[in-house]
Design a protein around this ligand. Structure first.
Ligand code: FAD
Length: 461
């Protein structure tokens, strides 16, 4: 859509959440001239990256009355994306070789990511826009505006009216638990990865880990350090799959999916193998959840599809007053926050216009039809890693910002292939030095680094 002729207007905008999406979005909104209030339930910025040894009181997070913890980060977690690609484009996630408290590795630990997010918030004075320990409990449209009801911890409910609301509440807190026939009468311990922190509780146990993507691959190896045996169940594997995986403890196996669980403690896999297990760890992903949103049934979540959302951001009939930053699952996450929020900011100011609601719905239906034609299940509507650069560049062109650098997409795609092939080593052994070089030369050209690129390239090896 071409830039609009309308004069640029400043809007009063509420942002829900001060994780990476919320702080990046609030910066873009303010840059565009909007006045911004960010609501954050916790005491600090960082969202998912604020590690805590605490977890939900229900290890499967099924009990609606449980005490809840936002973060899903485990102690040993390192990023699954290289730092050059992960950072915001004009504020790269640089290694700090000069500060011993920082982790300069290319795939650093979770504390380093939180430190980067805090650096970003400090650099761009984001905290002055944030109301900490303030939970948004209800958001609804009223007479062309948006009512936001919030509650400060220990305080009263407060209603405020905004021109627009941007939802940045994250989607890695509400576990998705896969069904296993016989699970109810299976006598062992069951926990979702959202509540996994350290391997110690699994010492000398036989453990079944369900799921083999980023978290499943990490957690199974973490637990194998102390457990008697670990068995991974993977839906992506052929039914006959039964492989021993090489780890120092010699106690890790890969299976196909689980067939059934039984009250004698046995787990039967689709490959016919039977394992008597003490624990099951579900690394089976998360659900979208917007418990505060009241849209009279307009917006629905169906099998992990948030619908209807134009280009994963705007619900047509409620746009542009309501928008979402961060819904798609992909590798270049922080840059997605940046580009989506630039688009939202530009649409709200009138610099860019959206198509009519009818045209947006047409586009959404065409997207669903294309997924159907490719046999892609509904639950993968927002899993767009395979087309991430194409998607981001479409949004970037829409709002007239810089396209995604080629090296960024290539680094992330290559990293995922290494993750799948070598989950133990992909963070420390790589074959894309030329992309790292391209990244730092690019930062240098844009005057985003103060040292010569070779300083980062040589020290980072
Ligand atoms: P969050 O970080 O979850 O922030 C949401 C914020 O909203 C929170 O602070 C929360 O308190 C607040 N909030 C929620 N509801 C309310 C409410 N009602 N009122 C007020 N405040 C509210 N991405 C990468 O780029 N690299 C990685 O290596 C990587 N590793 C990951 C590993 C794991 C295990 C997981 C689960 C995800 C990983 N991700 C990674 C993806 C992750 O989505 C992003 O890194 C990103 O940090 C998410 O940011 P967010 O702001 O969308 O959500």
């Amino acid at each position: 859509m071409a830039p609009a002729q309308n004069p640029i207007t400043s809007k009063h905008v509420a942002v829900i959440g001060a994780g990476a999406a919320g702080i990046i979005t609030s910066r873009e909104l303010r840059r565009e001239g909007h006045s911004v209030v960010v609501y954050e339930r916790e005491k600090q910025v960082g969202g998912l990256w604020v590690y805590t040894p605490k977890s939900d009181s229900d290890p499967l997070s099924l009990d609606p009355t449980r005490s809840k913890v936002h973060s899903s980060i485990y102690e040993s977690l390192r990023t699954n994306v290289p730092r050059e690609s992960m950072g915001v484009r004009d504020f790269p996630f640089l290694p700090r070789f000069d500060d011993e408290s920082r982790d300069p590795r290319r795939y650093p630990n979770h504390r380093e990511v939180l430190a980067y997010i805090q650096d970003f918030a400090r650099e761009f004075k984001i905290e002055e826009m944030i109301r900490f320990e303030t939970e948004v409990v209800r958001v609804e449209p009223v007479d062309g505006k948006w009512r936001v009801q919030s509650k400060k911890s220990g305080g009263f409910l407060k209603d405020e009216i905004y021109d627009a609301v941007v939802v940045c509440n994250g989607h890695y807190t509400e576990p998705n638990i896969t069904h296993i026939p016989g699970k109810k009468s299976w006598p062992g311990k069951q926990i979702h990865s959202h509540n996994y922190r350290v391997p110690d509780p699994f010492e000398n146990e036989v453990v079944v880990v369900i799921g083999n993507f980023a978290s499943g691959a990490d957690i199974s190896r973490d637990i194998a350090k102390v457990a008697k045996e670990v068995h991974i169940a993977s839906r992506a594997k052929e039914p006959h799959t039964y492989e021993k995986i090489s780890v120092p403890q010699n106690n890790l196996w890969m299976h196909s999916e689980i067939d059934t669980a039984h009250d004698d403690g046995s787990i039967v896999f689709k490959n016919g193998k039977v394992v008597f297990a003490d624990s099951i760890v579900y690394c089976t992903g998360y659900k979208y959840n917007f418990p505060f949103l009241e849209t009279n049934g307009y917006l629905r979540i169906d099998e992990k599809r948030v619908e209807p959302l134009y280009k994963h951001v705007f619900p047509p009939a409620l746009a542009p007053g309501l928008s979402f930053v961060g819904v798609p699952a992909m590798g270049i996450v922080f840059v997605m926050f940046e580009i989506q929020s630039k688009w939202v900011s530009a649409v709200l100011s009138g610099r860019v216009t959206l198509p009519s609601p009818e045209k947006m719905i047409e586009d959404i239906n065409a997207w669903y039809a294309s997924l159907d034609a490719l046999g892609i299940p509904k639950r993968h509507t927002h899993t767009i890693g395979r087309i991430q650069s194409e998607y981001l560049n479409w949004v970037a062109e829409e709002c007239g910002c810089e396209l995604v650098e080629r090296w960024r997409g290539q680094e992330v795609d290559g990293g995922y292939l290494r993750l799948v092939a070598h989950p133990e080593t992909y963070r420390d052994e790589w074959d894309d030095d030329e992309l790292i070089e391209e990244a730092y030369k690019d930062f240098s050209k844009k005057k985003l680094i103060s040292f010569d690129p070779t300083y980062y390239i040589e020290n980072g090896k």
